[in-house]
Design a protein around this ligand. Structure first.
Ligand SMILES: [Zn+2]
Length: 63
């Protein structure tokens, strides 16, 4: 499981997980649940997170 998002209710950590029905995200603090309709949304979240990390690294530039 991965910490990817911030819970809209309590600003706690949200983890991604999947069961028989598909992917969903759940807050580890308050139990907030949000179904993810398809894997594309999961991949989008992962991509955005990765992009944020990369842009952080690239800030240093030459030198
Ligand atoms: Zn929460």
């Amino acid at each position: 499981m991965l910490n990817l998002k911030i819970c809209p209710r309590c600003k706690g950590g949200v983890v991604l997980d999947r069961d028989h029905w598909g992917w969903y995200e759940q807050c580890i603090q308050c139990g907030y649940l949000h179904d993810l309709p398809n894997i594309a949304e999961v991949e989008l979240s992962l991509a955005q997170e990765a992009k944020r990390k990369v842009s952080g690294l690239r800030k240093r530039g030459k030198g």
